[in-house]
Design a protein around this ligand. Structure first.
Ligand SMILES: *Cc1c(COP(=O)(O)O)cnc(C)c1O
Length: 414
């Protein structure tokens, strides 16, 4: 992997301080035109001694605005220092993790996976409208029933229908035969352009779609499509464990990717990531954003530069190999849990390159699920599944306690 080096704390502090010096400093400079300043000084002290060793907090107090997209065109000059850190962050993600060629991408730190997914759907809807004169009614989203609900939001907001594709109950893989039928029916009804959303780790199962299940059928029927990968959940796990996969930019069919840094990467909320290939993001240029230098190619508007610095700090603290080791430990713990469940004849779903185990609800009484905060597939109606996400804080000792309770429930002596 390129460009993803580990930096020690002193190097990180120096890099962030340099960036903040390149930004407008509201404590010293007195810019007249911005509706912005550092955070309110009576509440957020900018002279607290610990700030000098805490780059994310000092960025937070300095309060740079990262409005717009910084991988293309021009951006607000006032915050160019910290925007460069965002560019470096996007570069690590696009090239080192998701296999894009150097300078072959655009992207930005969005508020979360929801926004990044909406940005993708919006971009492709406009692409079909601008390049092919498509009407919204002729465009449809294709995504499985396990897809995150942000896709339903996007369908609603953008007035484009969603073909909700069924998956097999056990394998959570796309039912290809049903999909082909559904696609041909949609085509009959006038759908001509398709936005495919493939999951790299669904929220409930961690299941990973095979993009070929969709693309082979679309190509067989010569239907136009663009493919977005929702890696909000899996983007910081799966690519490290399944190095050769079909869901990154090495696959020419993939045009854009969502990743959430505030899930597996443990960054603060407000750090989703949107990535796409070059020459696509212009489809969502808002040229009415005339007061913003470089105008605006993002859904957000104003957003905090501190989130970009936080994501960058985590990435360079670990470096490529350090992150791989962290993810590998989570995988080993997940393997261990699965071995125990298998020995107890408890049915579950697990994608081997993810850290999620989803157990059939018939094996878990509600009281135990509640005690361990297991998340149900459905909070109302008949719930078939409970999931366990093996995060950093979920250690074998805790998993053992759950297993002991399950054994007791099953009448096996713990
Ligand atoms: C969490 C999640 C999202 C939405 O992310 P937010 O950061 O909550 O907006 C989108 N897709 C998947 C697969 C997710 O797990």
């Amino acid at each position: 992997m390129k460009n993803w080096k580990k930096l020690n704390h002193a190097e990180q502090v120096a890099r962030v301080n340099r960036a903040l010096l390149e930004n407008i400093n509201f404590s010293i400079d007195a810019p007249l035109g911005y509706p912005a300043s550092k955070l309110d000084g009576r509440v957020f002290y900018d002279d607290a001694p610990f700030l000098k060793d805490a780059p994310v907090l000092s960025t937070y107090v300095a309060n740079p605005n990262h409005i717009g997209c910084h991988t293309t065109g021009t951006s607000e000059n006032a915050f160019k220092g910290s925007q460069k850190i965002e560019k470096e962050t996007i570069d690590i993600l696009a090239t080192a993790i998701f296999g894009c060629e150097q300078d072959g991408y655009d992207g930005y730190i969005a508020t979360g996976g929801t926004e990044a997914n909406l940005q993708a759907l919006w971009m492709f809807r406009n692409y079909f409208m601008k390049s092919f004169g498509a009407q919204p009614a002729e465009i449809a989203i294709i995504a499985s029933e396990d897809t995150h609900y942000s896709i339903a939001k996007g369908s609603n907001l953008l007035l484009i229908d969603w073909l909700n594709v069924k998956v097999d109950f056990e394998s959570r893989q796309i039912d290809v035969v049903a999909f082909e039928k559904q696609l041909l029916e949609a085509a009959q009804l006038g759908k001509k352009y398709f936005i495919v959303v493939c999951n790299m780790g669904t929220t409930m199962f961690g299941s990973v779609d095979n993009p070929g299940d969709y693309t082979s059928i679309l190509e067989k029927h010569q239907l136009a499509y663009k493919l977005h990968v929702d890696a909000a959940y899996g983007g910081f796990v799966y690519p490290f464990l399944a190095k050769e996969n079909l869901l990154d930019f090495k696959n020419p069919a993939v045009s854009s990717i969502t990743v959430d840094a505030h899930k597996m990467l443990q960054a603060p909320y407000g750090s989703g990531v949107f990535l796409c290939r070059k020459d696509l993001i212009e489809n969502v240029l808002t040229k009415e954003a005339e007061y913003v230098e470089g105008m605006d190619l993002t859904l957000s508007g104003s957003r905090s530069g501190a989130n970009a610095v936080a994501v960058w700090m985590i990435l360079v603290t670990y470096g490529e190999n350090g992150w791989f080791e962290k993810v590998k430990v989570l995988q080993m713990r997940t393997d261990w849990l699965c071995q125990q469940l298998t020995a107890l004849n408890i049915d579950y779903f697990r994608e081997p390159n993810m850290n999620i185990v989803t157990i059939k609800s018939s094996f878990i009484p509600e009281s135990i699920a509640h005690q361990f905060d297991l998340v149900p597939q459905k909070h109302t109606g008949k719930n078939d599944w409970y999931k366990i996400v093996v995060m950093d804080h979920v250690e074998i000792d805790q998993l053992k306690k759950l297993l002991d309770q399950l054994k007791e429930f099953m009448g096996i002596l713990a």
